[in-house]
Design a binder for this molecule. Structure first.
Ligand code: OFO
Length: 169
């Protein structure tokens, strides 16, 4: 049975993952509105990733005899001034999520909950990838100054992104 303190912290993290989903869906909607379907696809795939992150916590909490309590999801930003701004915000958001996962890990360590520590290791590794993905796109965008022909090439590239849920977790 999981402690009340960890249950509350995981419920708060589920809310953050669902907010991440909502934030990236809002960014996808923006990209659709400016005719960049590849960028929109990238964000839609990110939405699926975030739902997966949320559901993985959901299932874990249930498995440990905890209770999932859903809270209100904050409204995401809906207007953006540039593509670079969107990826700066995405990168910053992922850094915020990494910090939040580390805080969860700190609680699991304090509670001496080894099962949760082991479970959270997946998220620690995942966040390395999440930050790297956003940072790599941000750097490419800066190279082309966020405009011109390069944007169309990136749009074609990002149209290829697909989401395959991990099978061994
Ligand atoms: Fe983007 O990693 Fe979950 O929130």
């Amino acid at each position: 049975m999981i402690s009340k303190r960890l249950q509350d912290a995981i419920n708060a993290q589920i809310n953050k993952e669902l907010f991440s989903e909502y934030l990236y869906l809002s960014m996808a909607a923006y990209f659709e509105s400016v005719n960049l379907p590849g960028f929109a696809n990238f964000m839609k795939m990110q939405v699926l990733e975030e739902r997966f992150h949320a559901m993985k916590f959901f299932e874990y909490l249930a498995e440990r005899g905890g209770r999932v309590y859903l809270e209100q999801i904050n409204k995401p930003e809906i207007e953006f001034s540039s593509i670079i701004e969107i990826f700066e915000k995405s990168y910053k958001h992922e850094q915020f999520i990494s910090k939040s996962i580390y805080e969860l890990m700190d609680i699991a360590i304090e509670e001496k909950d080894h099962a949760t520590k082991s479970f959270l290791n997946w998220y620690v590794d995942e966040q390395v990838e999440e930050e790297a993905t956003m940072d790599a796109i941000l750097n490419k965008l800066k190279m082309i100054d966020g405009k011109g022909q390069g944007i169309l090439m990136m749009d074609n590239e990002l149209a290829q992104r697909a989401f395959t849920p991990p099978t061994n977790n």
